[in-house]
Design a protein. Structure first.
Length: 237
C-alpha cells in the first residue's frame, strides 16, 4: 500500500520523541537497511521516516511503538503513541495491542488511499478547497481521538461538496441528490449522510468515526467522478 507523506511525518515526530541516542538509531539503520550516516538525531529520524520503503513501513512503525524508551512521569510518549496508532488505522492499517503493539498491512484498503488522492486532485482542480479543508480537519480530529468532531467534519465535507458542485450545475444543496441518475446510489449516499449525523452526539466510539469517514471518502469520490463526466447536469426523469 502507498504511504502518505502525512503518515511518514507522524512517524518522524514519534521517532524524535522515542529515540535519544545515536546507538539506538544505529540499530534501526542496521535492522531496516537504512542509511547509517550520523548527523543529528532529529535529522536521522526525519531521514529514516522518509526513506523507509512502503512495504516495510508497518514493520518500522511497530518497532518504534514497541521500543522501550525512557518515559518519565510527565512524558507525552504514551499519548503520542496512541495518536500514531489512530493515524495508522485511518490509513488502513490493522493495529492491536496485547502488551505489545502489532501493526499489519491491510491491502484491501489501498483503493481508499487512491480515492483520497484522486479526491484531493479533483477538488483542487475545480476550486472546491473548503471540502478538502473539512476532510483534513476530520483526519486531525480523529488522530486526536475526538471522534464525534471527526465525523462532524466529514459530514460537513459532504455538505460543502453538495453546495459547491450544486453551484456549478445550478441546483440547490437540498435538491442535489436528485441529479444522481441512480435512485439506489442517491438513496445510499443519503443514508451515509444520515449516519454521519451521529457526530452531533457528545461522544461516539472510534469504530463509528472511522466507518463514517471511509464511507464519506468513497461517496465524495463517486460524486466527483459523476461531476467530471457531466452526469449531474440533468435531473433524473
Amino acid at each position: 500500500m502507498t504511504i502518505s507523506g502525512k503518515l511518514k511525518e507522524y512517524l518522524n515526530l514519534l521517532m524524535q520523541q522515542t529515540f535519544g541516542f545515536h546507538h539506538e538509531l544505529d540499530k534501526v539503520a542496521l535492522t531496516f537497511g537504512l542509511d547509517p550516516s550520523k548527523t543529528t538525531i532529529k535529522h536521522r529520524c526525519q531521514r529514516f521516516a522518509r526513506e523507509i520503503s512502503d512495504d516495510k513501513f508497518h514493520e518500522l512503525a511497530e518497532y518504534v511503538l514497541n521500543f522501550e524508551a525512557y518515559s518519565g512521569e510527565f512524558s507525552d510518549l504514551p499519548r503520542l503513541r496512541e495518536g500514531f496508532v489512530r493515524a495508522l488505522r485511518l490509513e488502513g492499517f490493522r493495529t492491536s495491542y496485547n502488551g505489545v503493539y502489532k501493526v499489519e498491512q491491510n491491502i484491501g484498503l489501498e483503493r481508499l488511499e487512491v480515492q483520497k488522492k484522486e479526491d484531493k486532485t479533483i477538488l483542487e482542480e475545480y476550486g472546491f478547497k473548503e471540502v478538502q479543508t473539512d476532510l483534513d480537519a476530520a483526519e486531525a480530529h480523529y488522530v486526536k481521538g475526538d471522534y464525534a468532531q471527526s465525523l462532524t467534519m466529514a459530514r460537513k465535507a459532504m455538505e460543502d461538496l453538495f453546495s459547491s458542485v450544486g453551484q456549478k450545475i445550478g441546483v440547490d444543496r437540498k435538491d442535489f441528490l436528485s441529479r444522481i441518475n441512480s435512485e439506489s446510489a442517491a438513496s445510499l449516499i443519503r443514508g451515509i449522510y444520515g449516519y454521519a449525523c451521529k457526530g452531533h452526539e457528545l461522544s461516539i466510539p472510534e469504530y463509528e468515526a472511522i466507518f463514517g469517514y471511509h464511507l464519506i471518502i468513497s461517496s465524495i469520490y463517486f460524486i466527483l467522478i459523476l461531476f467530471k463526466a457531466g452526469a449531474l447536469e440533468r435531473a433524473r426523469a
